[in-house]
Design a protein around this ligand. Structure first.
Ligand code: DGL
Length: 293
């Protein structure tokens, strides 16, 4: 048993899609999430810069005493995974990422072997997805950078004509590639599923890595015998979040309420007010007070 928190980070709001899946699958775990919004976007920066920024954020998470690190960002996964593993393995902290879970999912989902990948410019430039998918026989990859998508999400825009026009422009070559499966290779993109699905057509399967990554976290914690005692016993009291089974209000200073409110910590390196508003919208009520990282 290990009651230390799970450390998760992204350049901003996108990693919340991964955090949501982790909280859903492991409701007894504590989470510390950092959105590096002061340095967002990562996806237009050179790999060396992303590496430096991501290691800085992971160092902060390690200072919070996390038992595992989750790189909830494809750009950072492509840029820093090997360096991060070398740095934190020594401390006994496993580092998980979001690219290989998406690759496995896409390969099992495709029927015609034609897989599209949309991601940030930096992720596409590293060729990480193209190499990983290309390693499978009879897989044909169409890769496309969609840099403006992250800006839309960070501004809270997930619909509307401007976004639709951009999506049509970006996705045109992917549609022309005849793909039956599309990897959302940026953790911000699942927040744009409506418009992406609309443009691609519902016969194209959209793959994101959040659920698969959460399964990897579960597996790693279980295999190390590191589940939080609440997840290990399966006895989790949610009454503090939903007002109690009978609807009665739980005293805010009760042990249950304190335990639940301490469970999730969200931090941002940039403006915390904007982050709080959008993080509550995208992740849900688990986002309480967002502190400065
Ligand atoms: N959400 C991140 C990703 O998965 C990066 C977004 C960005 O900052 O460009 O690639």
């Amino acid at each position: 048993m290990n009651n230390a928190p799970i450390g998760i980070f992204d350049s901003g709001l996108g990693g919340l899609t991964v955090a949501r899946a982790i909280i859903d699958q492991l409701p007894g775990e504590s989470v510390v999430y950092i959105g590096d919004t002061a340095n967002s976007p990562y996806g237009t920066k050179p790999v060396e810069t992303v590496k430096h920024l991501a290691l800085n954020v992971m160092d902060k998470l390690v200072e919070h005493g996390v038992k595992i690190l989750v790189i909830a960002c494809n750009t950072a996964s492509a840029a820093v995974l090997f360096d991060a593993r070398a740095r934190y393995d020594r401390l006994g902290i496993p580092v998980l990422e979001v690219i290989s879970p998406a690759v496995h999912r896409a390969v099992s989902a495709t029927h015609n072997g034609k897989i599209g990948v949309i991601a940030t410019s930096t992720t596409i430039a590293t060729g990480t997805y193209q190499r990983a998918l290309g390693a499978y026989q009879q897989v044909e990859v169409t890769a496309q950078a969609c840099p403006a998508f992250v800006e839309f999400v960070e501004r809270g825009i997930t619909s509307g004509s401007e976004l639709l026009a951009k999506a049509r422009e970006y996705l045109e070559p992917v549609k022309a590639g005849g793909v039956d499966t599309l990897v959302l290779g940026c953790t911000h993109y699942p927040l744009l599923t409506g418009v992406i699905n609309y443009v691609m057509g519902s016969e194209v399967t959209l793959v994101s890595s959040s659920e698969e990554t959460a399964r990897d976290v579960y597996r790693t914690l279980l295999e190390n015998d590191w589940l939080n005692e609440d997840d290990a016993t399966g006895e989790i009291n949610f009454s503090a979040l939903n007002g109690g089974e009978s609807g009665a209000v739980v005293e805010s200073d009760s042990p249950v309420a304190l335990k639940q409110s301490n469970r999730y910590q969200f931090l941002a390196t940039g403006n915390t007010e904007v982050f709080t508003r959008l993080a509550r919208r995208f992740l849900g009520p688990e986002v309480g007070v967002v502190n400065q990282a």
